[in-house]
Design a protein around this ligand. Structure first.
Ligand code: PMP
Length: 391
């Protein structure tokens, strides 16, 4: 079996599984207890937090653990906006559904929600910058790396422009962190969401990074639970936090961020992705979509069709490939179980007849050269068999 759906989730790394098992056995205490069992759990938790902070060039007290990026996104937008005077919130037109959901809630609460449109490659239109950042914009949230079409947004530039105008800036970095370490000390970002299960860590644990001034905004609002000066209530899961830290330890290369550009490390994942791209790009059943350069280095996305350009539904191919032990996606996992046009393909203006024809391949460190050869052969054969069926 070959798993090429890394942006949906990843198989936990063996080191992560070992860590989870060890901590579950040995350090199951409540980190808030003041006796020895609790103190040991607290030590593991704080050591893990420090280790992640060091890797991401942040300070420990800027790191908050959540249940995943969905909750991080929720806390960032909902809790912060609850503490600001009503105005405008700007999000891109290619956000994860979790951001769209909160934005809709906030609209019902009296906020003006503006969608920052993207071009046909999925990159936001910087010509609109002055307009979207004009008063009364209070908060901007832009996905750093798009999960369906891989487009990378110039978040450092947008963050800098937000800072100049006193606008809070959040980015969803869930799909970026698996591609390399983030240097928080060098980012013009106030809030950042990420999730462990996208980088071979455990499910149910995420990260919200917050600059110092913003933490007060969240802690002011007790409805989101504050406990011991945290932004979140509940007993922390020490094993999941330790497992997250182990997953981050496995990342060793940094993403370089210049004003307008995100430069990813060249590694086995990016090499395997380029290799598969070269094998699939001239396939008569596939049309490559999304940007060429400003793109997540593990992401390939296509529209599927017959040689005569009759659309084929992505879900049909996903099911067929699954029978052959190849696992890919027709969009993001959060929308692939629902029927109908893919909202990201709608946002990049894909022709209506092709809006259900998306196919996404996302590669992880477990993929080898031989896997790429097998996968491209299986994809070729499967598309050919579908073509014959349609004739
Ligand atoms: N944001 C993005 C960009 C994602 O791809 C995902 C996962 N599909 C999420 C947020 C939600 O992450 P989690 O599963 O950790 O809640």
């Amino acid at each position: 079996d070959i798993y090429l759906d890394a942006s949906a989730t990843t198989p936990p790394h063996l080191d992560v599984i070992t860590k989870l098992k060890d901590i579950q056995f040995e350090c199951w205490g409540n980190p808030s207890s003041i006796h020895k069992v609790g103190v040991i759990a607290r030590e593991i938790l704080e050591r893990s937090r420090l280790s992640i902070a060091n890797k991401l060039k942040a300070s420990s007290d800027e790191l908050f653990f959540t249940s995943g990026a969905t909750e991080s996104n929720y806390l960032a937008l909902k809790a912060v906006s609850n503490n600001l005077d009503r105005g405008r919130i700007v999000i891109s037109s290619v956000e994860h559904p979790s951001i769209n959901l909160i934005a809709n809630q906030l609209r019902n609460e009296g906020w003006d929600i503006k969608y920052w449109p993207v071009d046909s490659y999925g990159i936001i239109d910087l010509d609109l910058l002055e307009e979207v950042l004009s008063p009364p914009t209070k908060l901007v949230s832009i996905i750093w790396g798009q999960s369906v079409i891989g487009s990378i947004q110039p978040i450092n530039l947008i963050g800098m422009e937000c800072k100049k105008r006193n606008i809070l800036f959040h980015t969803d970095a869930t799909q970026v962190l698996p591609c390399g370490l983030i240097d928080w000390s060098n980012l013009n970002v106030d809030m950042l969401s990420a999730s462990a299960h996208k980088l071979q860590g455990p499910k149910g644990i995420g990260l919200l990074m917050l600059r110092k001034g913003i933490q007060d905004l969240l802690m002011k609002n007790p409805s989101y639970g504050f406990k011991n000066g945290s932004i979140r209530s509940g007993t922390e899961s020490v094993p999941l936090i330790a497992g997250f830290s182990t997953a981050i330890d496995l990342l060793n290369e940094y993403i370089e961020v210049k004003d307008n550009q995100t430069l990813f490390p060249v590694n086995n994942v990016s090499k395997m992705t380029s290799l598969l791209k070269r094998k699939l790009i001239n396939n008569k059943h596939l049309t490559f979509i999304g940007p060429d350069k400003e793109r997540l280095p593990n992401n390939l996305s296509f529209l599927c069709h017959t040689e005569a350009m009759i659309p084929i539904k992505g879900r049909e191919i996903v099911r067929l490939l699954s029978k052959h032990g190849v696992y890919i996606s027709s969009g993001s996992a959060c929308s692939s179980s629902s029927q109908g046009p893919n909202p990201i393909l709608v946002a990049i203006n894909v022709d209506k007849t092709f809006q259900e024809s998306g196919l996404r391949i996302t590669i992880g460190p477990w993929i080898s050269n031989d896997d790429i050869t097998s996968v491209s052969n299986i994809i070729f054969e499967s598309l050919k068999s579908l073509e014959l069926k349609k004739q």
